[in-house]
Each structure stands twice: as C-alpha cells, then as structure tokens.
Design a protein around this ligand. Sequence first.
Ligand SMILES: CC(C)(COP(=O)(O)OP(=O)(O)OC[C@H]1O[C@@H](n2cnc3c(N)ncnc32)[C@H](O)[C@@H]1OP(=O)(O)O)[C@@H](O)C(=O)NCCC(=O)NCCS
Length: 332
Amino acid sequence: MSKITAAITAVGAYVPDYVLTNQILETMVDTNDEWITTRTGIKERRILKDKDKGTSYLGIKAAEDLIAKKGLDPKEIDMLIFATATPDLPVAATAAYTASKIGAVNAFSYDLQAACSSFLYAMSTAARYIESGRYKKVLVVGADKMSSIIDYTDRATCIIFGDGGGAVLFEPNEEGLGVQDEYLRTDGIGRDFLRIEAGGSLLPPTEETVANRQHFVHQDGKTVFKYAVSNMADASVKIMERNNLTNEDVNWLIAHQANKRIIDATAKRMNLTDESKVLMNIHRYGNTTSATLPLLLSDYEKKFKKGDNIVFASFGGGFTWGSMYVKWAYNS
Ligand SMILES: CC(C)(COP(=O)(O)OP(=O)(O)OC[C@H]1O[C@@H](n2cnc3c(N)ncnc32)[C@H](O)[C@@H]1OP(=O)(O)O)[C@@H](O)C(=O)NCCC(=O)NCCS
C-alpha cells in the first residue's frame, strides 16, 4: 500500500463586513495613511462589531463556507482543530462549541494556541492525524477576533490587526500530494517583546490591570520585526534546501501577513523574483493572526493547480515560527 499523505481538499473563509480604513484610524490615533502603508502595506482591516459575537462566530462562518462549497456532510468530520489566540472563553474550548454548531457531531476537537503560528502548527497536527491512517477528515479552523485584545488608543498595535476566519479540510491522499515536509521552531525569548501581560495565571485580572490596559496586546515592534524577518526567511530557505526546491520549483509563497516588508524580505531570501508567486492580501485584512494563511488560500484558490509546490511560512508571538512544503491536491 502506498504511503498516506495529508492533502488539503477544500478551503473556506469569512471576514466581517465592517471595514476599518487607514483614514478612519487617522481620526482615532496620531497616525496617517502614508505612514501605515509604507511601514506595513496595510490599507484596511475588517472588524467584527457585534458585541455578542466572539471568535467562534468567525470560525463557524468560515467552516460553513467550506462545508457548502465542498458539499461536505459535517457528520463525516472526525476531528476539528481550532487555531486561535482569542478563544471565546479562557476555559471551554472554542473548538468544541464550533464543532457542535456546524453539526460535526462525530468529531472530537480542541483549541491550539501558538499566536500567529497557530494555523501553521494546526496544519502540522492535522497532517499527523491523517498520516496515522486513523482519521479521514480533519477540519482545521483558524480565526481571531483581534479587535477584542487591541487597544485602539495605541498606534503601535491598532493599525496592524484585523478580524477574520478561515478553514481547510485535510484528507488522506495516496498520490503523494499534500504535506511533504515542515520546519517548526520556538524561542521563549519572544514573550518579552510581544504579549498580553494580564489575564493569565501569572497576573490574573484586577481593577488595576484593567486600568493599566495590561489586558491588551503590547509589542516592541522593532524587535519583533527583526526576529520575524530573519526567522521566517531562514525557515523558508531551509525547507527549500531540504527538499531540493529552486525558486523556479516554488509555485506559491503563502506567508503570514504581518507586514509587507517582512513578506518581501522572505521572498527575496528565497530568490522569488516573480512577484506574482508571493501571495498577499495584507492590504485588505491586516494581520488576522490565525486566519492569514487560510484567507490567502481562499482568495487565491482558483489559481492553484494540482501538483503545485506551495511553501507556507509563519512567524508569531512566543516566539513561534516555521515553514511547510505542500503539494496542492486539486484543480478548482
Ligand atoms: C510596528 C511597525 C510597523 C513599526 O514600524 P517601524 O519602522 O519599526 O517603526 P518604529 O517602531 O521604529 O517607529 C518609528 C517612528 O514612528 C512612530 N510610530 C509608531 N507607530 C506609528 C503610527 N501608527 N503612525 C505614525 N507613527 C508611528 C514611532 O513612535 C516612531 O517615532 P519616533 O522615531 O519619533 O520615536 C514594525 O516595527 C513592525 O511591523 N513590527 C512587527 C510587528 C508585527 O508584525 N507583529 C506581529 C508579529 S506576528
């Protein structure tokens, strides 16, 4: 019997309707469109305005989009992994709620948190379950309501993040398509530079932590930028070298959308001179954390051909980072 590989067989996505443009941000903090565009590449982001909706809403909508497109019976889903840094509740998995809501009544599920690398790590986890031969349909949902943890008086962070969700289905493949290789890394030094200080076991929430705005994301942007540029590029080059891929062999780079300059630096190190291979949507959505990779898959799905070589890359808080080499498994 041929070896089982884990192939992506469907994608879905959802972004909320409300558009937060750079022009609107100019009225909220001391910033301007030109600064944001040249420093980050971002023009607008989507925000989930409804006060009674959490991250699960974004994930459920994305999963429902996939289910409808694929004509999938949700009862056939064996497992659901919900990649997120903003679960609905600190305890009670967003994954379990999402699985029930979409009718995946035969699935087991859990959340996976690795900041902006959550989705890449969840793809890796899903691939192992499929490769084991025991599970046939694993749904990976990636969603974040970043607006719930962003301080809209802090110009260093509020210009970057947005809300969104995406989903991919993994199924076994016997033609050798799907996940080929991965290179995943972490470095705990990262928690000094990108974090939410309060609300966890180290500093439980108090009136004081709220008054000090310690329940919002804080980052040392310059330091994070330096680590992101070198680590995401290193990981992407490493996966190419390990698999003897030249720049010509790589059809698409699907990189975490944190900052256009970080993506450009990664593409340069990979020698991807053909810009059309470097997929971007950061100008429309900003950094949606766990949703950036599936949102790119959804936006560009029609361009992918069976057998295409895709390099995924991510970098996030923690620090967490890595790359994955995937052979695309279908024509849409
Ligand atoms: C945040 C980031 C865009 C800032 O860009 P930068 O070129 O590093 O800018 P700096 O932080 O050096 O700031 C330069 C100046 O612009 C100012 N500035 C910061 N944010 C600003 C904003 N929104 N509008 C206008 N000016 C701003 C700074 O105060 C600083 O002014 P100063 O020189 O008078 O002190 C960039 O560091 C970055 O993208 N970092 C990575 C963040 C990231 O991706 N995080 C998620 C990881 S997954």
